[in-house]
Design a protein around this ligand. Sequence first.
Ligand code: PMT
Length: 217
Amino acid sequence: FFEKSLKGKTIITTASATREEIDPVRFISNYSSGKMGFALAQMAFNMGAESILISGPSNLETPFGVNRINVKTALEMLNALDTQIQKSKQDTYVIMAAAVSDFKPKQTSNYKIKRQNKDTFILELVQNPDISKTLKEKYPHIKLIGFAAETNDLIENAKAKIDKKGLEFIVLNDVSRKDIGFGSLNNEVTIIFKDGKIEHLPFMTKKEIAYNILKLL
Ligand code: PMT
C-alpha cells in the first residue's frame, strides 16, 4: 500500500545510459543499467503520479503503469524531455537518473571504420548539451532533481552541479564502490539540497532509495 501523495504531479524520470555512435558497430556509453531510474518511475506511479520514463537502451521491463519512451542519444533524450514537459498540464518534476554521455564523436561514420596502418587513431569528440541546464533555462517552472555519479571529491563535485544545472537537490552516488551504484540492486546515497542541507540514505534497495527520494517531492 502506498499513500498517493504524488497525485496531481507529472514525474518524468530519465534512466540508463545514452549511446553515441562512432560507426554502425561501435558506440560510446557507460555502465548504467537503468535500475535506479526504473525504480523511481515505478515508485512514482505507485505513489499516484503520472509517471513518464525516458530511457536509454535497457533490457529492463517497463514498470506497470508507466509511460516509457525509448531514446538512444543525449540529444534524443533532450528532445523527448522537451516534448513531455510541453505536454504536461500539472506540476512537473524531472528526475535525471540517466547517465548521459557528455561527449559524442564529432562525426559518425556511415561505414565500419577499418584497422589502419598506424598505432594511434584519434577520435575527435564534441560536448553534448547539458540537458538539465538547457531545460531549466527554457522551462523555469519545472522542478529538477539531479543525480551525480562521482569517484572522487564526492561532496564538492556534486555540490558544484546544483547551481550550474538549476537543481532542487542532487543525489550523490559513489560509483567507485562495487556493491552500490552502477548495475547493483542496492544503493547508498547522499542527498545535497540547494540550501546546503545534507541527508544520507544508508544501504538499501534501489526501490527503497526511490521511495525516500520521492517522499521529498
Ligand atoms: O542505472 P543504474 O545501474 O541503476 O545506476 C544508477 C546510476 C549510478 C547511474 C545513477 O544513480 C546516477 O548516478 N545517475 C547519474 C549519472 C551521471 O550522469 O552523473 P553526472 O555526474 O555525469 O551528471 C550529473 C547530472 O546531470 C545527472 O543527473 C545527469 O543525468 C545530468 N546530465 C549529465 C550530462 C548531460 N549532458 N546533461 C545532463 O543533464
